[in-house]
Design a protein around this ligand. Structure first.
Ligand code: SF4
Length: 473
């Protein structure tokens, strides 16, 4: 009898790139594989299955996958020799969806390629690779008719105090720079009841905060009660009634779907956290049009005004692309002006780079690299200044922090516990594991450009040696 025949417990290593949707998918991939005996492992050594859950958004995404595959190949070979059984190397996620055939051509030792919409079929794929008539390779990058959400098992592993819940996938907006409509497919929303049921389970497993995920989350339009269609505000009001669920967030939103009902929910719902990530991408209407964003800079300004009226302490965050084809100095100055007008609490900014297969990749009138670099530097200086000014407003204030995990061993947060403020600051506190899973008040005593520090003030946990460090997300 071979080692493999005796072995029922198998190690699963998943490396995840990209957004929170991918983090959620990796979690669910491990749920799907658990009944087959796979248990999550932190390292690729001794893994019986290795999954790379990939992201196509960043530059050179495919090359990064190939270099990781090259690094992991020896682990696969070593483990196969040791166990005398097949070790599966899989590529999942958006790079798999977009470039499945290229992956198997360039890395023939890859056993399995599957997209974001098909991982509920993993048990079948694994059995085709390891069963008696074992296939050399399986590629499943369909957009199946059945929804994966109807086929996924119940959550097996607790996500802890701060959980993700995927409510919507895909996108119908077709921004000219973005691969998502091609890799994740058309918009699909889960039913309101299935989301509420999953939220109850997450709370039963210890979640105090749920972050609703979707590529275009505020376009959510799932089946509601009594055959109606539910929108995101309907869902937020329903979820806010769940006892034990203290905090709600949602990401990522599109400005065009930021309607009055959703803005009203920010004013009505105490549990909806005062933080919103709302990508604008550019402050120039000409560039927004070239990006096919379907909104103007003034529409964005008006939405923020209404949001601040509904929830005065709301912290705004955004994404901005610098150097999109055709962006002139004037266009860029309009972006700078928009950033000054909005005054962001935080903002991600990137230089434009073409994604193969997108309409923008065929555009002429490219912006020179040195011009992009100069513009990005100026923009990031302005954003950092705004972030520091924003952080200074917390001096002397007391804010409730939900602690949800230990700092990672080997990182600078080792020995700390980590949490999040309502405004999405990340926070590290030395020691005290017993605070994990609890919302604890922290008094801010020091502010820095990208961090704050303070002391825990809730009397039960009051301790002079509990100094805290809070980092901007
Ligand atoms: S709305 Fe977002 S996900 Fe959809 S195409 Fe535009 S950038 Fe991509």
């Amino acid at each position: 009898m071979t080692h493999s025949a005796q072995k029922t417990q198998k190690n699963l290593y998943i490396k995840t790139w990209g957004c929170q949707m991918n983090v959620y998918d990796s979690h669910r991939i491990s749920d799907v594989l658990k009944p087959l005996g796979y248990t999550l492992s932190d390292t690729p050594e001794n893994a019986d299955m290795i999954v790379l859950n990939t992201c196509h958004i960043r530059e050179k995404a495919t090359e990064k996958v190939f270099s990781e595959l090259g690094r992991l190949k020896p682990y696969k070979e070593e483990q196969q020799k040791k166990t005398e059984s097949r070790v599966l190397l899989a590529v999942a996620g958006c790079v798999a969806q977009a470039e499945g055939n290229i992956i198997t051509e360039r890395a023939p030792y890859v056993d399995l390629v599957f997209g974001p919409q098909t991982y509920h079929r993993l048990p079948e794929m694994v059995s085709r690779l390891t069963g008696e008539r074992r296939k050399k390779r399986v590629i499943d990058t369909d957009f199946p008719v059945e929804s994966k959400f109807d086929s996924l098992p119940e959550e097996q592993n607790s996500q802890g105090a701060a959980a993700f819940l995927s409510i919507q996938e895909g996108c119908d907006k077709f921004c000219t720079f973005c691969v998502v409509p091609y890799t994740r497919g058309a918009e699909y929303s889960r039913s309101l009841q299935s989301i509420v049921d999953e939220a109850h389970k997450l709370v039963d497993q210890g979640a105090k905060e749920i972050n609703l995920l979707g590529q275009n989350v505020n376009a959510y339009h799932g089946e509601g009660l009594n055959g109606s269609t539910a929108n995101l505000p309907d869902l937020l009001y329903a979820l806010s009634k769940i006892e034990g669920l203290e905090r709600l967030r949602y990401t990522t939103s599109h400005p065009r779907d930021m309607d009055d009902l959703l803005i009203q929910a920010h004013g009505d719902l105490e549990k909806l956290m005062p933080f919103l990530h709302l990508p604008i991408q550019s402050g120039s209407d000409k560039i927004l049009d070239a990006m096919n964003r379907k909104h103007t800079s003034d529409h964005y300004r008006e939405s923020i005004q209404k949001l601040r009226k509904a929830r005065p302490d709301i912290a705004m965050s955004s994404d901005i692309i610098v150097g999109f084809p055709g962006e002139t100095d004037e266009d860029f100055e309009e972006t700078m002006q928009l950033v000054r007008d909005i005054d962001f609490a935080s903002c991600y900014s990137f230089k434009y780079s073409a994604r193969p297969g997108t309409p923008a990749a065929a555009m002429q009138n490219l912006v020179r690299e040195d011009v992009k670099t100069e513009r990005l530097t100026r923009l990031q200086e302005l954003i950092s200044e705004q972030q520091y000014t924003y952080n200074k407003t917390f001096m002397g204030k007391t804010i409730p922090i939900l602690f949800d995990r230990k700092g990672k061993e080997g990182s600078k947060s080792a020995g700390f516990i980590q949490g999040r403020s309502p405004y999405n600051h990340a926070i590290h506190v030395k020691g005290q594991d017993r605070l994990i899973g609890q919302i604890v008040d922290v008094h801010i005593t020091q502010t820095r450009p990208s961090s704050l520090s303070g002391d825990i003030v809730t009397s039960e946990y009051e301790s002079s040696d509990l100094k805290t460090v809070v980092g901007q997300n």
